[in-house]
Ligand binder design. Structure first.
Ligand SMILES: [Zn+2]
Length: 179
């Protein structure tokens, strides 16, 4: 038994060494990608318009008995949407908001807000989803009110100095990121 244990030792060590080598290789690979992903996610975040509102609508739906609902944004430059700023394809468990990149970002934001209004009225008041062919003036008017109200609330939030300070991530000031 002793002999066979001794004999098997080198190959076990070899196996451990190989595993360690592999672990180091993976650690380097993941480390490099962690930087790359952080950069990509940070850069993309600037163009993720209305991200908090989208997240909030998802949460509101879930907390009010409508289940999990996936909301995605599909940017397009095709111009097919013109003169619309955005258009929502609302399905039972997911909504895709097609965003017109050929209009100003501010109009894109407001368009997304308007479509989120459509989603809420579809879910809570069984209103017809928006359609490129016909317009229901009552729902349209309600979505316009929702859009203006939500954007106004954001505007007021960002126009107050105290709120801007909240956005400065005090956690980073109190716990600075090591160089
Ligand atoms: Zn509409």
């Amino acid at each position: 038994m002793e002999n066979s244990a001794e004999e098997s030792l080198p190959s076990e060590l070899e196996a451990i060494a190989k595993k360690t080598e592999e672990a180091v290789r993976v650690a380097h690979l993941l480390g490099d990608n962690a930087h790359a992903y952080a950069k990509k996610v940070y850069e993309l975040s600037e163009s993720c318009l209305m991200a908090h509102s989208i997240r909030s609508v998802q949460r509101y739906l879930e907390e009010n008995g409508k289940g999990r609902h996936w909301i995605s944004l599909t940017p397009t430059k095709s111009g097919q949407l013109l003169p619309r700023r955005a258009f929502a394809i609302i399905q039972p468990q997911q909504t895709d908001i097609i965003v017109n990149l050929t209009v100003e970002p501010e109009h894109q934001r407001r368009g997304i807000a308007h479509e989120l209004g459509h989603l809420l009225f579809v879910k809570f008041f069984h209103q017809r989803p928006p359609s490129l062919g016909r317009i229901d003036p009552i729902t349209e008017s309600a979505c316009n009110v929702f859009e203006k109200d939500l954007c106004k609330r954001h505007h007021i939030f960002y126009s107050l100095e105290a709120n801007l300070k909240k956005l400065l991530f005090n956690s980073l000031r109190d716990h600075p990121v090591p160089a």
